[in-house]
Design a protein around this ligand. Structure first.
Ligand SMILES: O=C(O)CCC(=O)C(=O)O
Length: 276
């Protein structure tokens, strides 16, 4: 049976082809190749390395076995320290655009905003997520199976599906090559279907044994973007490879869907896609 599709209203400047757009609604995800240029990737990479240096310096003040978060310029660094009080792992930096203007700029890249407008069917949206995931080899950072809507609901029990098609989209911007060998994202095509806000259970508490077999791990090159539907089941395993898997995440919601503040002074801003 064909999955129903919304009416496409903002295709004019969108970097998504008709096939990409359909795939997003039919399978729950799609990719955009080379959204960032090589020069833009290099700039982002330098900024992300700087965030790691900040994490290493500041973690020293947090003490032995510290496992929690601290703020720097409004960005929330989620870290764990070892027995000597050194940084053991940097799990993520939420609201990282607060700490670095390049990251904010790239998380609001004009082409990305045009894709967001196309998916959310609105030229305006609220910027909620601007996040760095380092996923260094051996750091053992994992993201268990979940649907992003679970996080939206945890943050805001009054979260509303304003556009009736999920009202949220996240872009995972690859800064390093990403795939099954370095803890790449695994997505379960079609797992966003027949899911709604009412009675939603965490994917973790009701795992479907078929997810592991059905999951795919899209290979991404630096500058590529994976777009995910908020009801899509996804996860990532530890990076057991030899190369980092840096990604910059940017997530936006339909106006009126969210009623909570997200970490980072760069978040909760209403954005308008250019050119419409
Ligand atoms: O970056 C990853 O490996 C996982 C990201 C993810 O699952 C999320 O942010 O919802």
């Amino acid at each position: 049976m064909e999955h129903p599709l919304p009416e496409r209203r903002f295709s004019k400047h969108s970097p998504l082809s008709e096939a990409d757009w359909r795939q997003f609604f039919e399978e729950g995800y799609c990719t955009i190749r080379h959204l960032l240029s090589a020069d833009e990737v290099t700039l982002v990479e330098a900024s992300l390395h700087h965030l790691i240096e900040i994490a290493e310096q500041r973690a020293g003040f947090m003490g032995r076995h510290f496992d929690g978060y601290f703020y720097y310029r409004g960005a929330q660094f989620v870290v764990a320290n070892d027995a000597y009080g050194h940084l053991e792992k940097l799990c993520r930096v939420c609201g990282c655009g607060s700490a670095d203007p390049t990251l904010l700029q790239m998380s609001r890249h004009p082409k990305l905003l045009q894709a967001f407008a196309d998916i959310l069917m609105s030229e305006q949206f609220e910027h909620l997520i601007c996040q760095f995931h380092p996923k260094l080899p051996g750091d053992n950072v994992i993201f268990p199976p979940h649907r992003d809507v679970e996080h939206r609901l945890n943050a805001d029990p009054n979260w509303s599906d304003m556009n009736h098609w999920g009202s949220y989209v996240v872009a995972v911007i690859a800064i390093d090559p990403a795939g099954p060998d370095n803890g790449g994202l695994r997505v379960v095509p079609g797992s966003h279907r027949n899911v709604g806000l009412t009675g939603l259970q965490p994917a973790r508490s009701q795992p479907d044994p078929q997810w592991s077999e059905q999951a795919v791990c899209p290979e991404l090159a630096p500058g590529d973007v994976l777009l995910m539907h908020p009801y899509l089941v996804h996860w990532s395993d530890a990076n057991t490879g030899n190369h980092p898997r840096f990604s910059l995440l940017s997530g936006v919601s339909s106006p009126g869907a969210n009623h909570n503040s997200y970490p980072g002074e760069c978040t909760n801003r209403m954005l308008t896609a250019p050119g419409f």
